[in-house]
Design a protein around this ligand. Sequence first.
Ligand code: GDP
Ligand code: IMO
Ligand code: MG
Length: 425
Amino acid sequence: MPNTIIVGAQWGDEGKGKIVDYLTESSDIIVRAQGGNNAGHTVIHDDQKYILHLIPSGILWPEKKCVIGNGVVIDPVSLIEEFKKLEKQGIKVSPENLYISDRAHLTMPYHRLLDSHRESGLGGQKIGTTGRGIGPTYIDKVERSGIRMADLEDKQFLEARLVEKIAQANTILESADSPPLELHTIIEELESAYSILAPFVRETTSFLHNQIAEGKSLLFEGAQGTYLDIDHGTYPFVTSSSTTAGGACTGSGVSPRAIDNVTAVAKAYTTRVGAGPFVTENAEFSDRMHGMGREFGATTGRKRRCGWFDAVVTGHACRLNGADQLALTNLDGLDGIETIKICTAYRLNGENLTTPPSRVESWKDCEPVYEEHPGWPDQPTAGVADIQSLPENAKSYLNRIDTLCGCPVTLVGVGPDRKETLTRN
Ligand code: GDP
Ligand code: IMO
Ligand code: MG
């Protein structure tokens, strides 16, 4: 059975949750391997809307198993809130269907405060983070001073580490007139969270190896997107994890040799939430999307910035991730538009680039080179039942994206429901 990595090909929010939900039927285990509760994956499943932050979208399927891998950073309080929210919606989360890695690092209250503190100190250079403490949690991980799930078992270690971390955080936060963090409050919060989480915590890497040996099929649910990757994104306007396909392996302990397929997910246009360069951003197009009630962030509710499809970004993402196929969502978002633009190159210093530059200063100087494509203003794609019934101009738009990205579009989204996914050969 194939093991598949789902990865975002733009700046996140490409519709990964919906595509994961679509592919879950033919998978056994759904794995998150990086990021944290900065993610917001929307799934419309049996006419109900769910927004998943830390828990893999596969949880909506009672017979499937879900894994939060070692590469994920977990805010235990937020995770329990997610359990409760799902339970209210009739979804059972138990140690039978959710396995949490004992190696996953924990996001603490001081990480959230340090995230906001750093952002407010950056003034005009703000990253526009989700404020979930993601960066500071990964800083501690890389600095080798983090606290992992398994550490919650060892009270002595936990207390000693917290004393050190809280003292450091209080020194930094003092300047912001933030009330000092108290050790006992954090310990109590962690103990209470661990009394619920303990049965879920396992050594998930060997569990996944055993499942592979039994012929089970793994689906890796990427979070964020290629251009938020700590190495390959629009640094420093990125998140703090490896959001590209390799992150699925390091963040789960599954070897690259076990991966059979990489599916990159992109919107039929481009969006970005938070600061940073965005070459095809277009104010009129953004207003149109927001006016339609589309493109508001699933985690923070912020308006997403919107623009035309960028083949420089998406094509490079396909190569970077080794994508076998592209899932193109939100084609229906282009319904009603007379002329659609596609960015085929970036103009920088008199040259046409077909791969993005490395430095954010250069990204900002890039001008989009557009080609124009006739739209399908009188024949909506929303609700279309099969690929043959798409308007001819929509079909040629997809053909052009295949060519420009060097990767076939095999799934096409024409609505938020899993059923509104068309297959294309
Ligand atoms: P993710 O973070 O990649 O899972 O994406 P989000 O859930 O943050 O944002 C994607 C948005 O697009 C959500 O509101 C989805 O319900 C919606 N969506 C996904 N695919 C389609 C599609 O093909 N058409 C429409 N209209 N909405 C879609
Ligand atoms: P999903 O999985 C879109 C963005 C933030 C900010 C930058 C850094 O739903 O696609 P962070 O809080 O991670 O330090 O913020 O990354 N960001 C996302 N944008 N979708 C996401 O996740 C994102 N997760 C983080 O807006 O620009
Ligand atoms: Mg999202």
